[in-house]
Design a protein around this ligand. Structure first.
Ligand code: CA
Length: 520
């Protein structure tokens, strides 16, 4: 109540809306302090100090960040596993006070122990009570982000919630064709074929695109229907753990079987012919044009497309349980990972490490966490019964909620913060909630690989071999799908090549790092 009263006074006296009131208890410095920041993420390649969230953080803490991003145009793709911008920054020899990026973890765990970034353990212990409390409660998170020398070098973006992606299908098309929701891989194939051949959109053309995806690795995800794996974590193409042993999905029998069948699906027109090139607008375009039949995508944002029922008669796009694989397993390979490799770190030349860790800690306070998750009070949300509730105006904007939040500097994944799933529940419609309940009931999620931190010797083996192995795997994968080569005929040669390229050496160092880190 005190806040409301003071805020009202402020508004009267200054004539300005005061979205958040700085009563001073979050102030870190008496004199304004500016820290430089490098920030890279595919969604916002450059840090913007004018983001409304940043203005409020500045007002509350006294600390402002100034963009010093090197190589802003070379974005860190979320999918390519590379960190060009970070390497470029390191090459200049000029590391900003704060470095925030997607895929930061391996980078800081390699270069932190070499001196490029500050170890955070003592700083947290002495100056960051909120971070300290978080790690005390979640010791497995601390273990998973620590480098081989036992130190933490970055504060991660920590997602909240369990469910991420699901299978989605045009249930109105199924109805129109007299089909039930597919329960097995064979029924799924039959439904996709019916979409292709029986004109469910009713325009007399075979223009339907049965399976599509915004991210092409979501095509590879379908190898799980043949008992293969496409990734061990929510990062595409990642290693996975099978009964304590590190493996790579693209060297498995189920993968071979899956790719063989997906190549057949592609040839038969069940897969978007432009799956590798259409990109992030696929979902929006193919659903809006009444062309797309099925995909594998996020609950909240995908469920929102049911708004198209206003324009497309009968439009209904619902989550379905993962179809049973050829051996009868129902697996949802994707889930929210509790820790992302994204976040931020402190450069070694930073002259204000204490203030910086306090600034990192600010984002784990109640107010900072709210700011990171919901945006600015009075703009994106209001406080209702002690909870941040998005305004109707904000939720009803035609842009997706998460995109709107990125634009104000909220939900920034190159910032270390703890997500609040309540932010997403508020824009999850009945279709999303129904789908989540379906997945919850079926218990389809599987364990994830949380990554390893190499020592210097392991890192050398990995760096020497892995990038070229990965490129080769992806090149063959796409080739097989597109009909360039035959996976069955090529398989033995493919596996021999992987061995020659050092895959087993890479798996050995992954295993030794894994055993050290997780006590295997
Ligand atoms: Ca048609």
């Amino acid at each position: 109540m005190r806040h409301l009263t003071l805020a009202s006074v402020l508004m009267v006296t200054t004539g300005l809306a005061a979205p958040v009131l700085a009563d001073g208890h979050l102030k870190i410095v008496d004199e304004p302090l500016t820290l430089t920041v490098q920030m890279n993420h595919a969604r916002y390649p450059v840090y913007d100090e004018n983001w409304p969230v940043e203005r409020v953080a500045r007002e509350l803490t006294g600390i402002s960040l100034k963009d010093a991003t090197v190589g802003a145009n070379t974005r860190n793709s979320e999918n390519d596993g590379k960190t060009e911008a970070l390497n470029l920054m390191l090459a200049t020899g000029d590391i900003p006070d704060i470095v925030g990026s997607s895929r930061l973890k391996d980078f800081v765990n390699q270069f932190g122990p070499e001196g490029a970034f500050l170890p955070l353990n003592d700083l947290i212990d002495e100056h960051a009570p909120n971070l300290k409390a978080y790690f005390a409660e979640r010791p497995e998170i601390e273990a998973a982000i620590s480098a081989a020398d036992g130190n933490m070098y970055y504060i991660p973006y920590l997602p909240d919630g369990k469910y991420g992606r699901a299978y989605w299908i045009r249930t109105d098309w199924l109805d129109a064709l007299g089909l039930d929701v597919p329960q097995t891989v064979d029924e799924y194939e039959a439904a996709l074929r019916a979409f292709k051949t029986q004109d469910p959109n009713g325009n007399g053309l075979a223009d339907e695109v049965p399976y599509f995806a915004r991210q092409w690795p979501e095509l590879i995800r379908l190898v799980t229907l043949w008992d293969g794996r496409s990734s061990g974590s929510d990062t595409y193409h990642d290693f996975y753990v099978d009964d304590g042993k590190l493996k790579h999905p693209y060297a498995g029998e189920g993968y071979r079987e899956g790719i063989k069948n997906l190549a057949r699906w592609y040839k038969e027109g069940l897969i978007d012919a432009e799956i590798f090139t259409r990109g992030s607008s696929s979902r929006d375009y193919l659903l809006s044009e009444n062309l797309g039949g099925s995909t594998h995508d996020w609950f909240a944002s995908t469920s929102g497309y049911n708004r198209l029922s206003a324009d497309i008669d009968g439009f209904e796009f619902k989550a379905m349980a993962p179809p049973a694989s050829i051996s009868g397993k129902r697996v949802e390979e994707h889930r929210r990972i509790p820790i992302k490799p994204d976040g931020w770190a402190i450069g070694h030349t930073n002259e204000h490490p204490v203030e910086t860790i306090k600034y990192f800690d600010f984002w784990f306070t109640e107010e900072g966490r709210r700011l990171a998750n919901f945006g600015v009070e009075g703009q994106q949300y209001n406080m209702v019964d002690g909870k941040a509730i998005f305004t109707e105006e904000f939720l009803n904007n035609s842009k997706p909620v998460n995109n709107q939040l990125y634009e104000v500097g909220s939900q920034l994944q190159a910032r270390g913060y703890f997500q609040d799933y309540n932010y997403e529940i508020q824009w999850s419609n009945e279709f999303a909630l129904e789908g989540i309940a379906l997945y919850d009931e079926g218990d389809y999620l599987i364990d994830q690989f949380l990554g390893v931190a190499f020592n210097a010797d392991e890192q050398k083996v990995y760096d020497k071999n892995w990038p070229s192995i990965r490129d080769f795997m992806l090149e063959r994968q796409q080739g097989w799908i597109l009909g360039n080569g035959d996976v069955e005929a090529d398989w033995d040669g493919y596996m021999a090549t992987l061995d020659n390229m050092g895959l087993n050496d890479v798996l050995d160092v992954m295993q030794s790092a894994y055993d050290r880190q997780y006590g295997g």
